[in-house]
Design a protein. Structure first.
Length: 163
């Protein structure tokens, strides 16, 4: 008899524990209002691009090609614009942009960019034939991180034409 009472006690305890467990009722169902059919919308006209951000510059021309940089032998020589070339300044040579033009040169490989001023003519015809479109000072080449390579693929964007 004692054996049966232990089993009965266990059943009573289990029923008591599970019966006392708190049950959360499901959230009430809120009926949704039927939606009216929508009329087809007319296509929207394309929107004009947003105005440039403050300080942004308008790009006048974009070209892609190779950039090289001046050899140290040109340091101090007279440029085609009449000034002395300084490899420590952010300057460049281009075959046709007016002197004083401001251009942004971006290294396509690493995304680095630099602003340079056109102060000379070049690159030399033999170099241009190899796809070089701009010749940069060593300072500009260092900012674009291609001194070791000697040349790199660039995007040249004219921001302001010189005189």
């Amino acid at each position: 008899m004692i054996k049966h009472s232990h089993g009965a006690i266990a059943v009573v305890i289990i029923l008591a524990v599970t019966g006392c467990a708190k049950r959360t009722p499901p959230p009430p169902q809120v009926p949704q209002a039927p939606q009216a059919p929508q009329a087809p919308q007319a296509p929207q006209a394309p929107q004009a691009p947003p105005p440039p951000a403050a300080g942004a510059r308008r790009v006048l021309e974009v070209k892609e090609g190779l950039a090289s940089y001046y050899a140290q032998a040109f340091q101090g020589r007279t440029t085609a614009s009449g000034g002395k070339f300084d490899n420590r300044e952010l300057v460049a040579a281009h075959p046709s942009y007016p002197f004083g033009s401001l251009v942004r040169v971006t290294n396509i490989t690493n995304g680095r960019a630099v602003l340079v001023v056109i102060v000379d003519r070049g690159p030399a015809p033999a170099v241009s034939a190899g796809g070089v479109i701009i010749d940069l000072s060593r300072a500009a080449a260092e900012r674009l991180d291609f001194v070791r390579a000697g040349r790199t693929r660039v995007r040249v964007e004219v921001l302001r034409l010189g005189d």
